[in-house]
Ligand binder design. Sequence first.
Ligand SMILES: *Cc1c(COP(=O)(O)O)cnc(C)c1O
Length: 371
Amino acid sequence: MIIPCFDLSRQYDSIKEEVQKSVNDVFESGRFILGKNVEEFEREFSSYIGVKHGIGVGNGTDALHFALVASGVVLNDEVIVPSYTATPSVLAISHAGAKPVFVDIEPDSYCMDTSLVEKAITKKTKAIMPVHLYGHPVDMKAVMEIAEKHSLKVIEDASQAHGTEYRGKKVGCFGDAACFSFYPTKNLNAFGDGGLVTTNDDSLAEEIRVCASHGSKEKYKAAIIGVNSRLDAIQAACLSVKLKYIDKWNASRKEKAQTYNTLLADTGIVIPSGDTLKKSVFHQYSILVKNRDKLQEYLKSKGISTMIYYPIPLHLQEAYSYLNYKKGDFPVTEKAAEDIISLPMFPELTTEEIKIITNEIKTFLNVALPL
Ligand SMILES: *Cc1c(COP(=O)(O)O)cnc(C)c1O
């Protein structure tokens, strides 16, 4: 018995014919760079999120980079971001020449603790980057109020939150711009890399397109020093097929989370709260447990694969040692990094598999941690 942490083959089996037809159509069209398929997906996705513009780019990291640059973030500006996130959130800040200023997270949502943001603002602060981690929405009302008060830009990192709702709207429509990744493990995923920026701002949308297409506004004229980062036409065609299923897949993830929660109640493990169950689209289903590494090893020996997102927070990473943060600076983040483990989570995971996983966890707790 092998239970993978994530299994794309089951998803592919369910949509194989549609995907193959869409790929074949692109092949036959002979149009591989931008064109109809990219435009269609940009329109479909931005309308799904409820924003005016969607700009397809090569990946989520570039999406963040372009959104920052187009929003006016320049050398030595500061951008406030949680330390507990995927590395690319912070890499994009560095690539824009800016300095990440870290804040701690909330214990329950693992998202930016918005009550700490104002204290992190300095004269150099230009933007806030809330990250909707694991599919959970950041408290965007609080973020937007702070941003307005201090005239800051807001770039949402929604790479793990396609379809997450906050106060009745999809995340990705709140900030000046928001960024999505279609990396194969994300809730909406391509057969390779892909990314997209959403925004309601016409001139920002235009700037982002210029950044991503060699810095050109008109063909053969370089307005700025841009890069080449486009959403591939084949990926766009596949993403249009998958977008039709995203709500169904997210609903299924929520159900799995509910089942996990029911089966793990009363074990002493920290499971997602009722609030998280309501709001998250469960990109990850993460729990906090003592002896996390031992649990991971034990589950592995039983054929159950798990992941640690993230073992080392950004403020303690070697690449960011120049910022001189130290252990103890962000206690909630550091505690999460120590105890967190993400269990198998994908729409096609079966109840039977969840039962096996949770039974093994209970066995481990009894054996390794007698009460
Ligand atoms: C995946 C991810 C990204 C970057 O996406 P890529 O497409 O791999 O460049 C950025 N931020 C977060 C939070 C992510 O999970």
